[in-house]
Ligand binder design. Structure first.
Ligand code: M6R
Length: 365
């Protein structure tokens, strides 16, 4: 049921504060300010030399975001690849290693093939899945459920933010088990996680501004998305969402790669969506933005009040997000990114819930 919404995708975007909140209740002891996983980890986080992650599409971008968290918080090296590449690579895997799979449906053929390869190579298998009765869930040693509820829209929205939330909690659990963070750090991170649903609700209030922006974006032939650090996977996700449902060509790039090629594309017709909360990397991204502005590129900046004040240029539009700790900011910044794609596609009259050529779950290669 779509309720008051025009599309399942809109309903699912709006459900995010609630389902992320629900996911958090399953992974945190809110009173104690600690992570509490809803399963028994059958592997030893401390003994791991590496984590191997594979997934497809949006689930892959969730995994890519988690790489930053596992490496920063838990000091655990992460190798990540799209499942269709990993499955044929014959990658050597460490003895007693841990392989992590991320999938909404739990039925994606390439991801399942990677899981079976990992098993054959004697890896422990952990999967972050939304459908807990799925094949991937059944074939895993440990299942970390995402609790997003059924996702109907082909474009993943709430499953993505619930994957991110679950992965953030797993990274914190790994950090504690590996002695990489103090109890005070853990409590602070837990507080920041608890704040997410409220921040997401605030981000949803940006919809009218995004609707106006979408009219402009609908005229574009190509759109470039830029971000650094954890905003880089958000740039990839933003581009995928826009392509999937509006059919506008879009690309996501790490902001620092701009001058290694894509800057050649910049002209007055090219919208460039820059995702840049005011974090430790902000100044670097701001200087990339200035390079785009100097070449007449049309910048749409997604940042916070401080970033808006310190970006050093006048963007065509600035989406000002609420202030938050930067570490888990992608979980909130995903929302304007989804709304941009949604509003653009709706304005263009596209079938957002059933985009052409796509299936909700890709069970063939
Ligand atoms: O069910 P899965 O999470 O394994 O699906 C993976 C991708 O097919 C999926 O995320 C796809 O990219 C979505 N349509 C993105 O919106």
């Amino acid at each position: 049921e779509k309720g008051n919404h025009r599309h399942f995708m809109a309903k699912e975007i709006y459900e995010q504060p609630e389902v992320v909140g629900h996911t958090l209740t399953q992974y945190l002891d809110m009173v104690a300010g600690k992570v509490r996983l809803p399963f028994e980890a059958k592997f030893d986080w401390q003994a791991l030399s590496r984590l191997s992650v594979s997934a497809c599409g949006t689930a892959y971008y969730a995994g890519l975001t988690a790489k930053y968290w596992f490496e920063k918080l838990a000091r655990l090296p992460v190798e990540i690849d799209v499942a269709s590449e990993f499955r044929y690579r014959e990658a050597p895997l460490p003895k007693d290693g841990l392989a992590l799979f991320v999938s909404q449906s739990g039925e994606t053929a390439d991801t399942l093939a990677c899981l079976r390869y990992a098993r054959q190579e004697q890896q422990h298998v952990l999967s972050v899945v939304n459908v807990t009765t799925s094949t991937i869930a059944r074939e895993s040693d440990v299942v970390a459920p995402t609790l997003a509820g059924p996702e109907i829209g082909v474009a993943s929205t709430k499953a993505f933010t619930c994957q991110l939330t679950t992965l953030a909690c797993l990274a914190l659990a790994a950090a504690r088990a590996r002695g990489a963070i103090t109890a005070e750090d853990e409590a602070r991170h837990v507080q920041n996680l608890i704040a997410l649903p409220g921040l997401m609700a605030k981000a949803l209030e940006l919809e009218p501004q995004i609707e106006a922006l979408a009219r402009e974006l609908s005229k574009a032939r190509d759109v470039l998305y830029l971000g650094r650090g954890t905003s880089f996977p958000m740039a990839l996700e933003g581009a995928l969402k826009l392509k999937e449902i509006s059919y506008i060509h879009a690309e996501g790039y790490p902001a620092g790669e701009l001058k290694h090629g894509p800057i050649a594309l910049i002209d007055e017709a090219m919208p460039v969506i820059v995702i840049a909360p005011h974090d430790a990397l902000f100044e670097k991204t701001a200087s990339n933005m200035q390079e785009v502005a100097a070449r007449g590129g049309r910048i749409i900046l997604i940042t916070d009040a401080r970033g808006a004040a310190e970006c050093g240029i006048t963007p065509e539009a600035t989406i000002v997000m609420p202030d938050m700790d930067p570490l888990f900011a992608p979980i909130v910044y995903a929302l304007p990114i989804q709304m941009i794609a949604y509003q653009t596609a709706v304005f263009m009259g596209k079938d957002v819930d059933q985009p052409r050529n796509l299936a909700k779950s890709v069970t063939v290669e």
